[in-house]
Every structure is written in structure tokens, then in C-alpha cells.
Design a protein around this ligand. Sequence first.
Ligand code: PEP
Ligand code: MN
Length: 361
Amino acid sequence: MVVDVALEPLNVEGNLFSKPIFIAGPCSAETEEQVMDTAVPLAAMGIKIFRAGIWKPRTRPNAFEGVGAEGLKWLQRVRRETGMLVATEVANTKHVYEALKHGVDIIWIGARTSANPFAVQDIADSLRGVNIPVMVKNPINPDVDLWIGAIERINNAGIKRMAAIHRGFSSYEKTLYRNVPQWQVPIELRRRIPEMPIITDPSHISGTREFLMDISQKAMDLNFDGLIIESHCNPDKALSDAKQQVTPEGLQNILDRLVLREPEISEELMFTLAELRDQIDKLDDRMINLLEERMQVAEQIGSYKKENNITILQTKRWDDMLKNRLRLGVRKGLSEEFIIKLFRSIHQESINHQTSIMNQE
Ligand code: PEP
Ligand code: MN
């Protein structure tokens, strides 16, 4: 079950990265000024690795697709003036060539690229004989074998300093997160390649600043190895991923609140618990979406009753409904008391929604 991947510690220039590894910087390099205004305070906070996208894989055309190779000169300046190491995403052999030419210290492969074995193999071939650390983001779909396959392709090209980045997974369903974390996938990666450092990317999981803290803490609680967080000197004006970026100050606030615990229980127990809690979170998320849908239907009923001058509460309908839900619920092992309480409360909420529709002018 364990995959054989030859790894060495993620050192750069004799600089040993101790856990947790914190990587920060903007989603995209936009201007030299924006890059420096973000990098200088991050370096002052003690961040050792600066991230910035130079070529941006955007979902739709006409979105900002990065400044291209010109931005690599700004990263050289960051390196020179702050002493931070610089990291960027590569998606093809031309990007690899440019990044190496400009002395980028660490490269990463993005989620859309990891999902494509041909693209990963091309990148791997162009890295043969080059001694650079490579981080591999999870593919956009929750397929641990595809993720491992991408890691193996890079590793087989002789790259030994590697890390995996967990950035969550796309889903059609509307969820709380931009990319559902599906913690069981990085957990499975840890089981299959125990020595592979796993760095969580709370920014692309959350899609919004407000969840960064929770996701970061969860990654630390799972004993993962680090965080890569998007930080921008003026997040609201960012040309990509504006909602999820934080100022260096905001990032400092998150890092200050982060609790680093020694795992009290074994990693295996912790992982099992995390997987079960993950399932609960997903189910609750689905229940909330279903309740939202239910209230929307209730509102449609409200408008219909209003147009036709019918009263909101139709007692017979409510009696029949409750009887039917009770029968169904009891058959599924739920107590009568619970079903009654639950549906009374759902029904009351529906009435409130209908009433507000009926009272609208
Ligand atoms: C990024 O790191 O800015 C990025 C594009 O991420 P992902 O490949 O995870 O979507
Ligand atoms: Mn981004």
C-alpha cells in the first residue's frame, strides 16, 4: 500500500525548513510595487518563502492571466532585497525554462495541471537533472491516485525535495467552501507516502478570508507540515482571488492565533476521527442547502396563496404531513419525539417565510 517515493528533506541552500513551513504571498504578481509592498512586511514577519503566480490558470478567458516572465524580475528583487526564497507555479515546459533562468527557488504544479498526466510528464522531463524543490498541488478532482501519479512522475525525473499541497476539490454542489477540503484525501496521501510533507492551502479551499483561520488550525491539528496562504498588500484591489487574500497584517493575526499542539492521540486515531467529522460536516452542509431549497419552495407557495387569497395555515395538510414524516422517520430509527420537534420547527420556519412573502406590498 505504501508508495515508494525517494525523498530528501525540503532544504534549500542548506537552509533547513523546520515544521511548520509557512509560505505566503499574493495570488498573482501584478506590479513591481505590489510585489515589493507585500514581500517586505511578510519578510519582516519572518516568512521565509514568498509565493506569487506569474502565469495564472483562470477558469474563464478574459480574467487576469498573469503578467508573464516580466514578473520573474520582481521575484528576483524580492529574493535580493528580503532574503526570502521565491516560489511560483509552472504549467508547461516554457514556464519551467523561464523560472529556472530567473533563479526561482521552488516551483509548484497547479491543481488543473496535476490532473493532466501528459502535462505533468512534460514538466517532469524538462526538470530532469535539475535540482529544484517541487510542490505538487492536488488535482481538482478528489483522486488520490492521480495526485500520487503526478508526484511519482516528478520524483522519477530525479526530483527528491518535494511537498504536496492540499488545496481542496471542485464540486458541482454549492458548498460552504470554494474547494471542498475532503480531508480524507490528504490523510490517505499521508498513509500512502508517510514521509511526504503536506502543506495545506487554506486560501483556495476557503475562497473567502473568513474561513482561513479554521482551515489553518485544522491542518495543524492533523499534524500536517505547513500552510501556503495568499497575502496581498491591498487584497480588495487584487486582480485575482481578491476575496480570499489577506493583508500581511491579517496573516500575522492568523499565525498568532494558531495553536500548535503535540498530537495527544496517535496519528491513525486522529485521522479516523477527522474523516468521520468530515462526513458530519458534509452532511450538515447538505442539510442546510436542502433547508434553503425547502424555504424557497415555501416562499413560492406563499406567493401562490397570496395571489389566490388562501390562508397560510391549512390544518389538514399539516396533520397529514406530520403523520407521514413520523412514519418515515420511525422506520429510519429516529425517535417520535425528535421527528415532531424537528418538523414543528421546520414548519414554523416555512410559515415565517410564507408570511413575509404575503406581507410584502
Ligand atoms: C494558485 O495557487 O494561485 C492557484 C492557481 O491555485 P490552484 O492551482 O490550487 O487553483
Ligand atoms: Mn489564487
